[in-house]
Design a binder for this molecule. Structure first.
Ligand code: ZN
Length: 219
């Protein structure tokens, strides 16, 4: 039996699986952290235990340095997907949402200096606040999905999937050639520029596709 995926009191009949993520998928964001733009997608995985409901508000670690928000377009995989081509990608995606790829930035910097993997900085419990899911048919134009994040009334991140270095179809195809994607897996597609630190009490507003609004807060 699969455990039902229940996020935001919204029940979707899929297990909550792994969260497959990509780093530096927007050139402006790579630049703001002083990173080179990669020549192939940089993939990493957050465990299912990192997922929490965005709109319920969330807590962040208080004793491990800066915790950065990375607002990202999230995709819900609805069928087993392996070795697909880009033109088959959207057939595997049932829903779209907004996720925060929370990152312990100071911890990550130290890991990077030592060429160690990033999991400690990105895979901790609560590291993936995730909005309720929007059926992909409700997205106005899936080739141009806007994403914004505001913090305490100020717009911090403002991007569009058209700015991705690896597009959503190419990214899902690439991932499926490395990891078998299972129903209930989640894909995070990278963050646009404007990442920054979160603090307890911050009020957040996420916008997806200029029509779906999600309110959240750091508790
Ligand atoms: Zn990210």
């Amino acid at each position: 039996m699969f455990q039902q995926q229940t996020i935001q009191n919204q029940s979707i009949d899929l297990p909550l699986g792994k969260v497959v993520c990509v780093g530096r998928n927007y050139a402006d964001h790579a630049k703001e952290l002083g990173n080179e733009v990669p020549d192939a997608p940089i993939l990493f995985i957050k465990p299912s235990t990192s997922v929490v409901a965005l709109e319920a508000g969330f807590t962040i670690p208080s004793d491990q340095g800066r915790v950065h928000h990375e607002a990202e377009i999230a995709l819900l995989i609805s069928k087993q997907t392996k070795n697909i081509s880009a033109d088959q990608s959207w057939a595997s995606i049932s829903h779209v949402g907004l996720a925060l790829d929370l990152t312990l930035r100071d911890v990550q910097s130290k890991l990077k200096d030592k060429s160690h993997p990033w999991e400690i900085a990105k895979g901790f419990d609560g590291a993936c606040p995730l909005s309720k899911w929007i059926p992909q048919e409700k997205i106005i134009n899936r080739h141009s999905i806007a994403i914004q994040l505001g913090k305490n009334g100020e717009l911090k991140q403002n991007g569009n999937s058209t700015q991705m270095i690896t597009s959503i179809p190419d990214l899902v195809a690439y991932m499926s050639n490395i990891f078998t994607l299972m129903p209930g897996d989640v894909i995070l597609t990278g963050t646009p520029a404007g990442v920054g630190p979160l603090e307890k009490g911050d009020e957040l507003v996420g916008m997806l596709d200029d029509q779906f609004r999600f309110e959240s807060a750091v508790l």
